[in-house]
Design a protein around this ligand. Structure first.
Ligand code: B12
Length: 277
């Protein structure tokens, strides 16, 4: 217990302190089987981490595998869904870094056109991870291009950026159909199950969308935090190409050859633990 005098900093704006504390107490095995994929389902779920957007003066490049998508993919895979992951930042071999058209950024990895080409035509749901708000304008263009080419895809976004400002993201990019706020594993599983079975997704915890008939923003809050995290399926590294992350392209600072990617961070660190900060 910390006394009041020990509190040296408190955020000025925390929209709802309760949602980050609420736990999803569902057990892993029963949840994975309750929302299992329909038998003989041909349609697939494609998950995507977009290319990295870096300052043109930066000597760093992202050192972390798409951990969030590996977890979400692991849960879907374990429940029997066919999942593909396009890791646009890390799967290119050799990695290429190019300058953005406006000459403001370096972009690392697959181009928008290359990502679009990689989308399997059997994709039913396309999930995209948006981690950094500073990348939004460039990633928004990518999402618009994807929707233009594949208008029937159901596009859902997750990650820290849409978690923090979901209404803005949905209104600024109508190509995104849904957002999942917070931890995506259970919410994405339930969302996929409902869509594959033609059920309503309206009340899924963590889900946000624009109700097009009423033109209103529907916000089901953040996903609850999964209680039984030790029972989560292993991240789906088999759907990614992790070995790329050990080479000299991925470095936080000047490269000195072989590199050590970040795979985990400590459990609680205030700044890093607060998407809306
Ligand atoms: C690791 C980390 C880093 C690493 C690696 C970054 C990288 N490129 O991968 C390092 C140290 C390099 C880093 C750097 C920066 N970081 Co950082 N980082 C983190 C941190 C601590 C953890 C991210 C993580 O791996 N989480 C664990 C995985 C499992 O969770 P996840 O990715 O969020 O995925 C879950 C959900 O979001 C969701 N989800 C994610 N994607 C999807 C997709 C779909 C479809 C669905 C349904 C769900 C879903 O489900 C997943 C599983 O539950 C977060 C804080 C946090 N608590 O998350 C900050 C955070 C992402 N970083 C942040 C910032 C600002 C930065 C920097 C810009 C700082 C700076 N000024 O330089 C740089 C950017 C560097 C870059 N361009 O790569 C901010 C982003 C805020 C924002 N809205 O933009 C955060 C949120 C910290 C904060 N509170 O401010 N960072």
């Amino acid at each position: 217990m910390t006394s009041k005098n020990e509190v040296i900093f408190e955020p000025m704006y925390t929209p709802n302190k309760q949602w980050v504390k609420e736990l999803d107490r569902r057990h892993m095995d029963s949840t994975l089987s309750s929302f299992a994929a329909p038998k003989n389902e041909k349609r697939i779920i494609t998950l995507c981490k977009p290319f990295a957007v870096l300052s043109k003066n930066s000597y760093s490049s992202p050192v972390t595998l798409p951990l969030g998508l590996a977890y979400v993919g692991g849960v879907l895979d374990k429940s029997g869904y066919k999942v593909k992951i396009i890791d646009a930042t890390g799967e290119q071999d050799p990695i290429k870094i190019r300058r953005s058209k406006d000459n403001a950024y370096n972009l690392q990895g697959l181009t928008s056109e290359e990502i679009i080409k990689k989308i399997d035509p059997n994709t039913f749901i396309f999930g995209i991870s948006l981690m950094f708000s500073q990348d939004w304008v460039i990633h928004r263009n990518l999402i618009n291009k994807i929707k233009e080419k594949h208008p029937n895809l159901i596009i859902i976004a997750g990650g820290e950026h849409p978690t923090a400002i979901p209404e803005y993201v949905l209104k600024d990019c109508p190509s995104i159909d849904y957002i999942i706020r917070g931890e995506g594993e259970f919410s994405m599983l339930e969302f996929s199950y409902n869509l594959f079975n033609n059920k309503s997704v309206r009340n899924i915890s963590g889900l946000c969308f624009i109700d097009k008939e009423k033109n209103t923003f529907i916000n089901n809050g953040s996903s609850k935090r999964i209680e039984h995290i030790d029972k989560l399926p292993r991240p789906a590294w088999h759907l990614l190409n992790p070995k790329n992350y050990f080479n000299e392209y991925f470095t936080s600072g000047l490269s000195r050859g072989r590199n050590m990617p970040i795979l985990a961070l400590e459990y609680r660190y205030f700044f890093f633990d607060n998407a809306s900060f």
